[in-house]
Write a protein that binds this ligand. Structure first.
Ligand SMILES: [Zn+2]
Length: 80
């Protein structure tokens, strides 16, 4: 589950306020899986820069092509 701190060691839910400043379990001190997406992304970012998703590039390309087409249409309309 996303956003729920969970201790694998105790196999129980750890309240967000109970987690130690080091991100550990208050009961056993083990590192708590916070289920935090941002944490996982930042951990991954250390290995390699996050690649731009291909669909985002496709979307950007589509917008450029569409706007170019509309611009071309507009110019053609003005010249008529
Ligand atoms: Zn624990």
């Amino acid at each position: 589950m996303v956003g729920v701190p969970w201790c694998d060691q105790c196999d129980e839910y750890v309240g967000a306020g109970s987690v130690t400043t080091e991100g550990g379990c208050p009961t056993c001190g083990a590192r708590v899986d916070r289920g935090d997406v941002a944490t996982r992304v930042s951990e991954r970012a250390g290995d390699e820069p996050m690649p731009v998703p291909w669909h985002l590039k496709l979307l950007a390309l589509g917008v450029v092509v569409y706007l170019g087409f509309r611009l071309w249409q507009g110019i053609g309309w003005l010249l008529d």
